[in-house]
Design a protein around this ligand. Structure first.
Ligand code: AMP
Length: 143
């Protein structure tokens, strides 16, 4: 059995507004913001607002609402950054690579010949995160 949901995880704090984020999109079901240790420029995380630890304990209705939002944001990321492709990543439990225990999907823009950086590797500069945030948010608004 997976462990129970921990209300003190960093994404729960972001969802409660206790910790800031570089928000690109929000609606009734999801919050999306820039990954602060991006594996590529423009790396975005999409979180269902309803708490679950990961995909293993998530309500199927939450997953049904999540995927169309992931698609909408992925299209905007690709357009805003003129990416050649998009990689989706989603980690479950420590053995599966998960480091923050609130379900989320990674949207990682890809360019031909550009390798992914290390997962949760180096912290990006605030001004770089803000520049990508603004471009992506504008593309979602225009979608
Ligand atoms: P994982 O749980 O393994 O899917 O990864 C969690 C992701 O969250 C990593 O890619 C981290 O770089 C990212 N991350 C951790 N803390 C924050 C934060 N405060 N704001 C935005 N991204 C974060």
């Amino acid at each position: 059995m997976p462990s129970a949901y921990d209300e003190t995880n960093i994404f729960a704090k972001i969802l409660r507004g206790e910790v800031p984020c570089y928000k690109v999109y929000e609606d009734d079901a999801v919050l999306a913001f820039m990954d602060v240790m991006p594996q590529a420029d423009g790396h975005v995380l999409v979180l269902p607002k309803q708490p679950s630890r990961n995909i293993l304990d998530a309500d199927p209705d939450v997953l049904s609402a999540l995927i169309p939002r992931v698609q909408k944001i992925a299209r905007a990321v690709k357009k805003a950054l003129a990416a050649d492709g998009i990689t989706l990543l989603q980690y479950n439990e420590p053995a599966g690579g998960q480091t923050v225990f609130h379900l989320h999907v990674h949207i990682v823009p890809r360019w031909t010949g550009v390798e992914l950086r290390r997962h949760a590797g180096a912290m990006e500069k605030p001004e770089v995160l803000e520049a990508f945030r603004a471009k992506i948010a504008a593309a979602i608004d225009g979608a």
